[in-house]
Design a protein around this ligand. Structure first.
Ligand code: FES
Length: 501
């Protein structure tokens, strides 16, 4: 089983399951960094809030992130500058900087034990072919007043041609921060429920949120679910990708804390350290592919391990995990009400989600309290940017269309259940219908329809995470069909075939 170092080391929360009817002002779906920070701020300003988390607090993408907080972005500020303009890129950096400052204030105010520290962020090239990227980022960062330095070597056993250093960025254990903050939310104004998955949201006079054992009605809803649940036109402008991470104990060859990004390698695109007791770990992150569109998912872990051992003296790989992110078509997240329906979203964070999650909470808190927020328009969810989105929009939606074409009746991955190895899944055609069939460790076969319950794409078996992943909009389901993440509300439809090896 994959498991992140953050989820494995953070204190667990213990909030109840929703088993009642509650009427409230604001319902928040999702207990990651966006949902919990929004709940904290809104409760503090006196709003009545209910937070519903499908699993456990910080048990989703927040707990699978890098734990890095920074003003820059993975697409590079100079790309935002060329796609939008200088002012937009500057505002992105400034707004993200304010979010990092808020995390620091909350950690200090509540003494949250999450290893928060200010560290530098580095971007480096290994050969002079990518020096231009560094030079452009140096120019962009200098324009926005970020505290930068140009370097030609780093305290890393990696070859460096050119690098930029930006001081004053930050790292923490994101799961420990979110769990710690959830415990500090004013209980008089906010009730939190775990293991309370929302199956349905109905738009009546108020919004009605249903779980298996309870109901919440609310005037407004925040979908802090990474990508909005249900069917939204916006999903044509959000593109789901996965990225991989490993953590291994350093035997020797320590290097200073920092966020190290490489411009060139497919793998080890990001490096950092984390200390647990007397042990220091190196975290190596990289690999990148569209959700549900790989043949061999485990190869990413193997490649990361190979790279870790090439550069560092490490013992065994103790943690390995992957995480999902959604790239926005025009390079900026969508935060706010996407249409006039009292449902607010915060999505399209790319791999910069921890900082954008906190920023979303700040923006939504201001909006709900009638306060002006200087970043609201920059990130507004209802924006339409056909020119800035065109290139990505066309490329990514052709990709989605191809996934539907692949789903036409055709060859299955296995002709019989006997071809499925223990612990693996395959798509099998049964009576002209595609089934997602998983064989568990006891040899028991679990059958469900392979048709994604969001918008009918055929799911793909992810051998690294033991999940069914949808290549169209990124819904993911457990091996036995339950929803893990993504826009789908409902599990894969069960199919009955009593077959045992
Ligand atoms: S996530 Fe949209 S069809 Fe599967």
């Amino acid at each position: 089983m994959t498991r992140s170092i953050w989820k494995s080391t953070a204190e667990k929360t213990n909030f109840p399951t929703l088993k009642e009817y509650i009427n409230t002002e604001i319902a928040i779906v999702g207990g990651g960094i966006t949902g919990v920070t929004a709940a904290y701020l809104l409760a503090k300003s006196g709003r009545k809030v209910v937070l519903l988390e499908a699993g456990t607090i910080s048990g989703g993408t927040t707990g699978d992130s890098t734990g890095n907080l920074y003003s820059m972005i993975d697409k590079r500020l100079h790309h935002i500058q060329s796609k939008w303009d200088k002012e937009t890129a500057s505002n992105v950096a400034r707004s993200r900087g304010q979010a990092v400052d808020l995390v620091e204030r909350l950690v200090n105010e509540h003494q949250i034990d999450c290893s928060f520290k200010r560290v530098p962020w580095y971007l480096f090239s290994e050969t002079n072919e990518k020096d231009e990227v560094i030079e452009k980022e140096i120019d962009a960062a200098a324009d926005y007043g970020l505290p930068i330095e140009e370097l030609h070597e780093l305290p890393l056993p990696v070859k460096v041609s050119k690098a930029i250093k930006v001081k004053g960025q930050a790292q923490f254990n994101p799961a420990a921060f979110v769990s710690g903050l959830a415990e500090k939310i004013d209980p008089a104004n906010c009730r939190i429920f775990e293991n309370s998955e929302v199956h349905h949201i109905e738009k009546e006079e108020e919004l009605v949120l249903s779980t298996a054992t309870g109901t919440v009605t609310a005037q407004k809803v925040i979908l802090a679910t990474h990508t909005p649940k249900g069917i939204y036109g916006l999903q044509t402008a959000l593109y789901p990708y996965r990225e991989y991470a490993i953590a291994a104990k350093l035997n020797s060859g320590d290097f200073p804390d920092g966020i190290y990004w490489d411009t060139e390698a497919d793998f080890h695109t990001s490096l950092r350290t984390y200390s647990k007791g007397n042990d220091k770990y190196v975290l190596v992150l990289g690999g990148h592919h569209k959700v549900g569109q790989e043949d061999d998912y485990s190869r990413f872990f193997r490649k990361l391990e190979q790279n870790a051992r090439k550069y560092f003296d490490v013992s065994e790989i103790e943690y390995e995990w992957s995480a999902q992110h959604y790239k926005p078509a025009d390079g900026l997240p969508y935060i706010g009400e996407s249409s006039d329906d009292n449902i607010y979203i915060a999505t399209g964070f790319s791999t910069d989600g921890l900082t954008y999650g906190v920023l979303s909470a700040m923006i939504l808190d201001d909006q709900f309290n009638g306060r002006e927020n200087q970043w609201s328009d920059l990130y507004k969810a209802s924006r339409f940017t056909p020119v800035k989105s065109a290139k990505n929009f066309i490329k990514e939606n052709i990709n989605v269309a191809k996934q539907y074409l692949k789903d036409l009746p055709g060859k299955a991955e296995a002709d019989s259940f006997d071809e499925i190895a223990v612990g693996q899944g395959k798509v099998v055609v049964v009576d002209d219908e595609k089934w997602a069939v998983f064989k568990d460790e006891t040899g028991q076969v679990h059958c469900q329809s392979a048709v994604c319950t969001h918008m009918d794409c055929i799911v793909d078996w992810n051998d690294a995470e033991k999940s069914w992943d949808c290549p169209c909009h990124g819904s993911r389901f457990q091996a036995t069909g339950e929803v893990i993440e993504g826009p789908a509300f409902s599990p894969l439809d069960k199919r009955n075939l009593d077959k045992k090896e």
